[in-house]
Design a protein around this ligand. Sequence first.
Ligand code: SIN
Length: 290
Amino acid sequence: MKIQPLTPVIGAEISDLDLCNLNDESFNDLRDAFTKHSVLFFRDQPAMSPIDQVAFAKRFGPLHTHPAAPTLAEQEEVFVIHAHKDSKVANGNGWHTDVSCDEEPPLATMLQLHLLPDAGGDTLFASMYAAFETLSETMQNFLLTLEAHHESEHVYRGRYSDRGVEDAAKIYPRALHPVVRTHPDSKRRALYVNPSFTTRIEGLAKQESNALLAMLYQHQQRPEFQVRFNWSPNAIALWDNRCTHHFAMWDYWPAERKGHRVTIKGERPYLAPPEEMAAAPAHLRLSRQL
Ligand code: SIN
């Protein structure tokens, strides 16, 4: 397996690996690369059947069920990503971390796109480790004391009505999560707020919360924390929702873009005590904004 880092901060392209036939040793190497680079891209794979995609994703752990999205009738773990000329919304068209409104948000997401527009439809991913590690120590210490509300009714209500998904009786998940979370494998700390689901920081006045979140969103969208993926047919992205956020650009209307997404179940976000924290790798320490 070849690993080609795409930036020093986030993202690597993996080649010479057959995801449908991975032995345990190759899977462990892949997992290490995933922990190191936070998002992996694969271009040399065939279109995976839903069964194969689900089987591969399950090697990371049990799968997560999306609270609102349209799924494949024959394989309900598969969320169909589809935007076309009649779409009212395109999934992921705004910075977010997948389903952060769940008590146990997904650990990772795997997306294979089969149909692409001639141009556009890129996905941007950004490192939430880099976002946290480049804040001043004073701000870091303040954020470590905070929790934030993540809600979903404003995102999901009616969202998939054009795709035949009835949502009137649904319960819209909401959760309170630490503003900074520890990654269970790397032991690094990552910022964990996003403009799609995070609605308020607990304990702050509304205007304090709005101002702090606005500053954090602007900071975490800095281009040097990002990698931008230009899809090719059947390319796959596998991203870690515990330390990244992403933005799927809907700049290709009225063209069509379609694929299959599977998410792996995660654990409740937590912040470990300082003695369990790993420092940022030296070569990844980006300059602070002072
Ligand atoms: C998503 O946020 O899951 C969609 C990503 C994409 O379509 O590129």
